[in-house]
Design a protein around this ligand. Structure first.
Ligand SMILES: Cc1cc2nc3c(=O)[nH]c(=O)nc-3n(C[C@H](O)[C@H](O)[C@H](O)COP(=O)(O)OP(=O)(O)OC[C@H]3O[C@@H](n4cnc5c(N)ncnc54)[C@H](O)[C@@H]3O)c2cc1C
Ligand code: SF4
Length: 325
């Protein structure tokens, strides 16, 4: 790996200042499970001069609940999220999503903020420099997308953003979207549904230069939540696609529904038609199946990605049944 300056930040203010003063020549690191791979493979057109370590900032690694909801510090590890009694009891879909992320070693290192800020896994984007030169695709500031004319079997089934069809790979992101979370940064509060964006070059979020996630807040909810991940390998693998659902009930009837797919579009994809359809209904195999079809009604797959549509339909239906029965 090429050398870089390493700064142990003692506060969010210090970390932000270093990032802003560097004029985009510095980046921040939490668990490093995504970032170090990007640096080692020299994916980007510009290599950072400085890496700012957030793990030395106190007070960002706790999960606490108050009357408003759940406060999850940016540095909370995925293992802690998966095993927290608070999360397991009131936000089961989120705990399950964290438990299905990567492997035990990566969950012990990887943080929740790193998980929602990670970069895409398009294999052209991730092509290592040492294997014949980096690929300067559109997402890195280049002119071409190699996936559209090439092999894009794992890519978007809902079209492009800025001619990029790479999907968002996060497992916790759809669970946070289904639970209506808010990302609290050093600058502002961002509703999670507005947090993801593939329009800012390589990064997957709307974060401004120097802006750091300090907490993810999940409002208190009576919703029953569930999460399903489909992947080729069980031991460790990114999702082919995943789905999170949160349902509220009055008796047996649904009063509110939130459904979010990931791995199917550049950003986590909410399914408003399916959500609306479920209101006032009792959950059954038939209503879940119909909601699954509605969730994918606007999909625009290519011949290479068409196989993902029935898998996504069934995954939505199964996740609704898990939350609703
Ligand atoms: C082999 C392998 C398998 C994986 N499998 C999965 C998987 O199945 N599912 C999945 O979702 N992910 C997976 N990942 C991706 C990744 O490891 C995890 O998403 C992890 O949660 C990233 O967290 P981190 O703390 O290590 O992030 P880092 O690598 O430290 O950072 C990732 C990105 O987030 C930014 N960042 C980190 N913290 C903050 C913050 N507080 N504010 C602003 N920006 C921040 C960094 O600058 C960087 O751009 C896998 C990774 C590997 C290497
Ligand atoms: S899909 Fe996006 S990340 Fe992949 S090659 Fe095309 S522009 Fe680059």
């Amino acid at each position: 790996m090429k050398p870089f300056n390493h700064i142990n930040a003692s506060s969010l203010e210090e970390a932000s200042k270093v990032l802003i003063d560097s004029e985009k020549k510095a980046c921040c690191i939490a668990g490093g499970t995504d970032l170090l791979g990007c640096l080692k493979d020299e994916l980007w057109l510009e290599y950072p001069e400085t890496v700012v370590n957030l793990k030395t900032i106190p007070g960002l690694d706790a999960i606490r609940e108050d009357e408003d909801g759940l406060h999850i510090g940016a540095l909370v590890k995925l293992t802690e999220l998966a095993e927290s009694p608070l999360v397991l009891s009131g936000y089961a879909g989120l705990a399950h999503a964290a438990s299905k992320t990567a492997s035990i070693l990566l969950r012990n290192m990887g943080t929740v903020a790193g998980n929602i800020c990670q970069e895409n896994r398009c294999w052209y984007y991730r092509y290592p420099d040492k294997l014949g030169g980096k690929i300067p695709c559109i997402r890195k500031g280049g002119k071409k997308c190699l996936a559209v004319p090439g092999d894009h079997r794992f890519h978007s089934i809902f079209g492009q953003v800025n001619r990029c069809i790479a999907v968002n790979p996060s497992d916790t992101a759809p669970a946070f979207v289904a639970l209506g979370a808010v990302v609290k940064t050093t600058l502002r509060d961002i509703p999670i549904a507005e947090f993801f964006s593939a329009e800012h070059g390589k990064q997957s979020t709307v974060l401004e230069p120097g802006e750091i996630v300090r907490e993810i807040f999940v409002p208190k909810t009576a919703a029953r939540s569930a999460f399903t991940k489909i992947a080729y390998r069980k031991s460790i693998d990114f999702a082919l696609l995943n789905c999170a659902v949160a349902l509220c009930f009055d008796g047996e009837l649904v009063t509110s529904a939130r459904i979010c797919l990931n791995g199917v579009f550049n950003n986590p994809k909410s399914c408003p038609e399916a959500e609306e359809f479920l209101i006032g209904k009792k959950i059954s195999e038939e209503t879940a199946r119909q909601a699954g079809e509605l969730a994918l009604a606007t999909a625009k797959p290519t011949p290479q990605t068409a196989y993902k549509v029935p898998i996504a339909e069934r995954t939505v239906a199964d996740t609704i049944l898990m939350a609703g029965v």
